[in-house]
Design a protein around this ligand. Structure first.
Ligand code: 1GP
Length: 250
C-alpha cells in the first residue's frame, strides 16, 4: 500500500516541522466557498485538507467535494470519516479511526470490519488512527453520534493511558480532539503529557478559534492542528494561521 501521506506526517515530526490542516465539513461548505479556501490555502501554509463529519446529510455533495479538491489543488485530501459511508476512492488517504476513548464497539471495530474488504481492494492509503475525544465543555455532534463519553478534561492520566494503549496496539497516528465546534480546545497539560509519553504523530483539533491557542498547542507537543468551524466562519483565518506557521518554523 502507498504510504505517502503517513510518511510525510511522520517525517515532518522527525524534523520538528509543525503542520496545519483544514477540516471541511461537506454539509457546511459550498463549491464556491471551497474555491476561495483553496486559493487562500495554496497562498498560505496548509498541509492537508481533511474531509468528513459526524453526520453528513448530502453524500452526493461529499463526493463532489472530494473530486473537486482532487482536481483543483495539490494539497493532499485526507478523509476523516464519521462512518463508513464517508469513503471515497479518489482521496489521498483515509484515517481509519478507532474511537478508543469510547466503549462503542461499532466505532472501535464494527465499522472497520464492514469497510475492510473494500479498503483492502482500493488504492486508498489507510492510516490506522487512535481517536480520542476529550470533554470540551458541551455535547458536540461527535459525542452524540458516537454514543460515547469523552475523557474528562481534568484527567490527563486517562488520556495518556488510552493513547498508550492505542500506540501499543500498533495504531500509527493519534487524533485528539474536543469535537468540532467545542467550547474549548484540548487542555495543554493533556497535550504535553501525550507528547512526552507517545511517539506516534499527534493531531489536535476541536474548538480552535484563535492563532494563540493553535500556537500554544503546537509549541506544547501537537504535531498538526486542525481547524474547521472557525474557517467556515472566517476564511481569512487561513492567512492568520499561515503567518503563525511560518513564524513557528523560522
Ligand atoms: C474536528 O478537529 C476538528 O475534528 C475541527 O474542530 O471545527 O471546532 O475547528 P473545529
Amino acid at each position: 500500500m502507498n504510504k505517502e501521506i503517513y510518511t510525510s506526517i511522520f517525517s515532518k515530526k522527525q524534523n520538528h516541522k509543525k503542520g496545519f490542516a483544514i477540516l471541511l465539513d461537506p454539509d457546511n461548505i459550498s463549491i464556491e466557498q471551497v474555491k476561495v479556501i483553496i486559493d487562500k490555502a495554496e497562498k498560505g501554509t496548509v498541509d492537508y485538507f481533511l474531509v468528513g463529519g459526524s453526520i453528513i446529510l448530502d453524500m452526493l455533495h461529499f463526493q463532489e467535494l472530494v473530486v473537486f479538491l482532487k482536481n483543483n489543488t495539490q494539497i493532499p485530501v485526507v478523509l476523516f470519516p464519521g462512518n463508513l459511508q464517508q469513503i471515497h476512492q479518489e482521496a489521498d488517504a483515509l484515517l481509519l479511526l478507532s474511537l478508543i476513548s469510547g466503549r462503542n464497539p461499532e466505532l472501535l471495530i464494527g465499522q472497520h470490519v464492514l469497510a475492510a474488504p473494500m479498503l483492502k481492494k482500493s488504492k486508498l492509503e489507510v492510516i490506522p488512527t487512535a481517536y480520542l475525544l476529550i470533554d470540551g465543555g458541551k455535547e458536540t455532534a461527535v459525542t452524540y453520534m458516537s454514543n460515547t463519553k469523552p475523557i474528562p478534561a481534568n484527567k490527563p492520566e486517562i488520556a495518556i493511558s488510552t493513547a498508550m494503549a492505542g500506540e501499543l496496539l500498533g495504531l500509527q497516528l493519534l487524533y485528539v480532539e474536543t469535537g468540532s465546534g467545542a467550547d474549548s480546545s484540548v487542555p495543554v497539560n493533556i497535550i504535553k503529557g501525550l507528547s512526552r509519553e507517545i511517539d506516534i504523530p499527534l493531531i489536535v483539533g476541536g474548538g480552535i478559534r484563535d492563532v494563540k491557542t493553535a500556537q500554544m498547542l503546537l509549541e506544547n507537543g501537537a504535531d498538526i492542528v486542525v481547524v474547521g468551524n472557525h474557517i467556515e466562519e472566517n476564511i481569512d483565518f487561513i492567512e492568520e494561521m499561515s503567518q503563525m506557521m511560518e513564524h513557528i518554523h523560522s
